[in-house]
Design a protein around this ligand. Structure first.
Ligand SMILES: Cc1cc2nc3c(=O)[nH]c(=O)nc-3n(C[C@H](O)[C@H](O)[C@H](O)COP(=O)(O)OP(=O)(O)OC[C@H]3O[C@@H](n4cnc5c(N)ncnc54)[C@H](O)[C@@H]3O)c2cc1C
Length: 408
């Protein structure tokens, strides 16, 4: 249940192991907000940057989902391999974090970054002397002034340029159309990569040792995005834009394609509405569209996301899991303590999620459900915005759940 990073990772691992897997997903996932980097642990609970993620993970409190992973280092390696098998080569590993450049010009520690994106090994030592930042004219999701200011603060000389093509003019008629995904469609469908490369090369002056571009290519695969980089006369790389973020959109498309190539069934645009229970065992689930039908299985994985994807829902007084009514771990919070008034503080409600046992099995009315597991951002016990551990928790808990099912 749930076609985001966690649901797809679990689905792929189980289909790869020969299981018959069906995945029901209500809608698009948070991957449309994720950039080209996957975080394992970028910040400790006190807000300090993490350089060596495995060392910092060993110090996390017992509520954190990583404490339910048998071997974080090994599964992190498996996660990287899954991405590679799907066609997403990444740089980075668990020994030391590298830094990604955010769409507003900051640097953030991260674990894996899709190849072709600009990264920095040491935040105190920028690898470029002179950068040319090239935007698409009228593309507002790439705030070049902020990115340039961030790079200049770190001693980099930055030239800001912008290019366009006649074919992109049509998108400009409405600012809502000038989005990364639409730009990619126009350039890729009309085979405009060479033309775009010529425009970019014309803007690059002498002395420039890096061209940085908004991530506006590569909607279904990374081929076109790589092709453009090869055609630029100097070293070139992409930066994340504001959402929709193409590397995440592409990651979702490629994971989904791989899952179905392994024989998985992807039921999209439908929503799990309830469970069919026999005692404490889940026998099947009902969905909004398969009226009267029950999807039966031996094992179930709940990967329906957190509040943003409605995997968890809050009313005035409670937070609850709406699909199957499994127990929530409210961490002792109530509505008066869910939120802090200062929005920049870690918000306690973000750590609320479903309760699971040591094997990541859900609980219902206080009892463990032996064949229902949870994975990803629906889990309680961490705040991915503050700890920068989103994709790591999603992929590692999904792989652990797949292992738990296979070893049951
Ligand atoms: C703005 C933003 C930027 C981020 N950037 C990064 C980043 O750069 N790097 C990083 O590592 N992490 C990042 N994260 C965190 C990361 O995006 C999440 O951890 C991750 O996407 C969560 O994946 P998931 O599969 O658990 O849930 P989701 O992606 O939320 O997927 C849940 C899926 O379940 C479906 N669903 C919900 N209810 C039902 C139902 N009843 N039946 C069937 N399907 C259902 C939803 O439609 C959705 O498709 C970011 C998060 C945000 C909010």
């Amino acid at each position: 249940m749930g076609g985001g990073l966690s649901g797809l990772t679990a689905g792929i691992a189980l289909a790869q192991a020969g299981k018959d897997v069906a995945l029901v997903s209500a809608g698009q996932s948070m991957m449309h907000f994720m950039g080209g980097s996957l975080d394992l642990l970028g910040s400790d609970p006190s807000g300090n940057d993490v350089y060596k993620p495995l060392e910092a993970i060993a110090t996390l409190n017992s509520k954190h989902p990583y404490t339910k992973i048998e071997d974080v280092s090994r599964l992190a390696g498996v996660a990287k391999q899954v991405l590679e098998r799907v066609g997403l080569a990444t740089t980075g590993d668990t020994t030391v974090n590298h830094w990604r450049i955010t769409p507003i010009g900051g640097l953030m520690p991260t674990w894996l970054t899709v190849q072709g994106m600009a990264t920095v090994a040491d935040p105190d030592q920028m690898p470029w002397h002179s950068v040319t930042l090239v935007n698409i004219i009228n593309f507002l999701d790439f705030p070049t002034k902020m990115i340039a200011a961030g790079l200049r603060d770190r001693g980099v000389q930055v030239d800001v340029k912008a290019v366009t093509l006649p074919e992109l003019q049509v998108l400009r008629q409405s600012p809502t159309e000038m989005r990364s995904t639409n730009i990619a469609k126009v350039i890729e469908r009309n085979d405009l990569i060479m033309k775009l490369a010529d425009e970019i090369n014309a803007q690059v002056g002498k002395g420039c040792d890096m061209v940085m571009l908004p991530s506006v290519l590569g909607i279904a695969s990374g081929d076109k995005a790589s092709q453009l980089l090869r055609l630029i006369n100097v070293q070139a790389a992409y930066l994340d834009t504001l959402p929709p973020t193409l590397p995440g959109v592409r990651m979702q498309a490629m994971l989904r394609k791989h899952f179905t190539a392994l024989g998985g069934t992807f039921i999209t645009g439908d929503q799990v509405t309830g469970g069919v229970w026999e005692g404490d065992e889940l026998k099947g689930v009902t969905t909004a569209k398969l009226e009267g039908d029950v999807l039966k299985a031996k094992h179930f994985v709940l990967a329906t996301g957190s509040l943003a994807s409605r995997g968890i829902v809050a009313d005035y007084n409670h937070m609850y899991e709406p699909a199957l009514g499994v127990d929530i771990d409210d961490l002792g919070l109530d509505r008066t303590t869910w939120a802090k008034l200062d929005v920049t503080e870690a918000q306690p409600y973000m750590e609320v999620g479903v309760a699971t046992d040591a094997k990541l099995r859900c609980q219902r009315n206080g009892k463990t459900v032996a064949n229902l597991y949870a994975a990803g951002s629906i889990l309680s016990g961490h705040n991915s915005v503050k700890l920068l551990d989103g994709a790591g928790v999603d992929m590692l808990t999904a792989l652990q759940v797949a292992n738990n099912i296979l070893n049951q």
